[in-house]
Design a protein around this ligand. Sequence first.
Ligand code: UD1
Ligand code: CA
Length: 453
Amino acid sequence: MSDRVLAVVLAAGESTRMKSSKSKVLHTVGNLPMISHVISALEKTGVGDVALVVGRDAEPVIAAARSGKLAVTAFEQKERLGTGHAVLAARDAIARGYDQIIIAYGDAPLIEPSPLAEALAKVRSGFDVAVIGFETDKPTGYGRLLTSGGELVAIREEKDATPEERTVTLCNSGLLAINGVRALDLLGKITNNNVKGEYYLTDIVEILRADGGKAATVEAPADTVAGCNNRAELAELEAIWQRRKRHEIMVSGVTMIAPETVFLSFDTEIAQDVTIEPNVIFGPGVRIDSGAVIHAFSHIEGARVASGANVGPFARLRPGANLHANAKVGNFVEIKKAEIGQGAKVSHLTYIGDATVGENTNIGAGTVTCNYDGYNKFETVIGADAFIGSNTLLVAPVKVGNGALTATGSVITEDVPDDAAAFGRARQVNKDGLGAKISARNKAIKEAGKKPR
Ligand code: UD1
Ligand code: CA
C-alpha cells in the first residue's frame, strides 16, 4: 500500500512587496496563477490531499488551487505569526493522520517533482524531516542549512545567524518533508523566541534533534525553488519558466528560430515538425498540429491550428479561431470564434469573427465580417469554394453559398445563393475632362496660398 501524503501549502502572506491589489499567489507565470503551478507539481509527486493555508483573497486563491485534480481543504491563518504558525493553521488536516507531510510555499511556482520525491524517500527511510536546500552565491535573506557529518543540525534565519553562519551558501528553499506521525508533536514545540518574534517552521530541525531525531538535506537547483517577493522577481520566474517550456517544446520536435522571443502559456501544445518564427506569443488554450508554420509577430490565444496550416506574419488568432488543415491566415488578419475550412485562404488585412468559412474559399484583402451592432453578435456563414472579393463587408447575419462570389467593394446585406455572383456596390460613372478640371482648380488654390474649401 502506498503512503498517504498531505501537502500543506502556505499562501497566507500579505504580499506587501508585490504592491498589488491581489494576493501574490494569484499573479501568473506562463499565464497560470503561481498557486496552481505549485499544486500541479505536488500532484505529480504522489501527494493525496492538500491543506491550503490562506489569508487575504481566500476565495480566488482557493479556486485557483482547486483548478487541478487534488482535493484541497482550505484553512484560514487569522494572524500572520510566522511559517510555523501558518502550518499549524492546518492542524486539523495534519491530525487526520498521514505518513508524510510536505510543506510548500504558494509563491514558489517552479518546483519540480524530483527533489520532493527524494525528500519523501528520506523521511520514509527514517529521517524525521528532510529539507530541500539550494546553493547560491547570493544567500542574503535566506535561512542557512547548517550541516555536520552529512546530517542537518539546524536552519538559521538570516537575522539570527552569526557572521560565520552567514557565510554558509546552502540555503533553505522552504520546501520540506516531515514524518506525518511526529509532525504535530514537533510543530507544537515551536516558539517565537527569536529576533523577529515569529514562529519559525525552521526551528523544527533543532527541536527534533534535541529529541534524538535526525534531519536530512536534499539539494535542488536554485532556479527550481526560487520564490517571488516583488514584480521584478516575478519577471525572473517568468523568464526561467519560459526557458524551461521552450526547451521542452523544442526537444519534442518543434523548430524555433529565436526561442528567446517566443512566449508560451502553461497549456500550449505544439506538435512535432511545427516551425515557429521569431516574436510569436501564445496565450492560453492554444494547440498547433504537426507541420503548421507560425510566421513572425503573430499573437495566438484560445485557438487551434490544424496540420499544414500557415499563420502570419502579423496574424492575430483570438479565442475560438479554428484553422483546419492547410488553411492560410496571412498578415494583418484577425480571426475570432471562426472556423476556417480546409485549404481556405484569408491572406491579407481582414477581420473574420463569429463566422464559418468553407473549404478552399478565398477571402480577399480588406474583407470584414460586420458581426456586432453594439449590443449583439451575429454570424456569417460562407460556403466552400466561394470567392469573397477584396473589401467586401459582410453584414451579419448573412450567408454566402458554396461556389458563390462577391464583387470587390460589396456591402453584402442579403444571403447569396450557391454559385451566384453578388454585386453590392454603386455603379461607376466616368465624366470626361472633369478630373483635369478639378486638378487645375486645386493647383490654383495652392498657388494663391489660400486654404482649400
Ligand atoms: C522562509 C524561511 C527561510 C527560507 C525562505 C525561502 C522561515 C522562518 N524562514 O523565510 O528559511 O530561506 O523562506 O524563501 O520559515 N507565510 C504564511 N503565514 C505566515 C508567514 C508566512 O502563510 O504567518 C507564507 C508566506 O506567504 C510565504 C511563505 O510562508 O509564502 C514564506 O514566508 P516568508 O515570510 O516569505 O518567509 P521568509 O522570511 O522568506
Ligand atoms: Ca519569502
